[in-house]
Unconditional design. Sequence first.
Lengths: 188, 197
Amino acid sequence: MLGAMINGWLALATTALATVSPAAPAGPPTAGAPAPTLAELPEILTAVRSPGARAVLVNVWATWCDPCRQEMPELIRFYRDHREDGLRLVLVSADDEENRAQVAQVLAEAGLPADTLSFIKRGDDMKFIDGLDRHWSGALPASFLFDGRGRKRRTWLGPVTYHSLELGAGRLLTAPVTPAPQPGRRRP
Amino acid sequence: MTFAPFVLATALSMAGVLPIGKPAPESNIKMKNALDGKSISIADVTGKAGTLVIFTCDHCPFARGWEGRIVELGNAYVKKGIGVILINANDPAEHQEDGVAGMQARAKGANMQIPYVVDETSNVARAFGATVTPEVFLFDRHGKLAYHGTVDDNLKQPDQVQKHYLKDALDAVVAGKPPALPETKSLGCGIKYRPSS
């Protein structure tokens, strides 16, 4: 099951990178890190809610944000240690669209695995902020934990550490995967 | 593999932000104005029509992007009876640009005619529950918070702004009316608080 889960969302990553923003130019070549894709909130939430993960960690960051860059190694280490447990990592940069090369470069230098979903946020700030957490002021960095059914379970305002991620996400990563309900079907 | 219990508390919470309708906290704390070295408080700048308090800084691309519009609005609405004060609560140990020299340089470059003060303990920002730069708090003529949030809906392209949140709120407060949209948000830099004493 685990293999199928990983394969499923590797396919999701590939699909997202290929289809979320068809108008987006191709990113620069990087050493394994994914090229960031331009996306608005609905596309980002689609990536969050796609089936196959036990937990989805969304991190909002920017290349010019020192605390964001400082926490990135912790995020990546946590992801590497737990992706086989069903963790999906979704990075959303608040950089300008024209900074795509710099976003990709920072992620490549941080050693981000190629199976991570990486976006550059577009669209209205208020909808984006409230869509992730209405209690979030919009200050960077911020991280949000969703369960495998796309329900938000935890928010970190400010930098995270490996330990704080483990405290917050541990229970979800050891829980069994619950299939999402089918549209139009009532729960028993 | 074992994990500690699921922890629900967050490091910072918007639950602590000053609610609409409340007066400015810590309004008598004196803060040094980077422009002239004099110490002033929020109470010292209170205007007859209202008071505009903005937490901002010098290193943050968001604060820099809105700086011209903030200064333009501040300079203009002082003449309409709004008291204005810009507050930098960032720890300059985190970013050297947020020190007094950096503040002075940016204030002169921006033709700032309003006080730009240093929150030397970050306690004023803490009391407001401010977490991001820039973050706007606009109080009405009765001293009650009437508007909290951001400047407008387009950081990068001032000529393509669709929603002039702060200007609309200022016009309402000057007219003695509540702003139509009392709370807004935008992405921004987290305030780098000085360590608590």
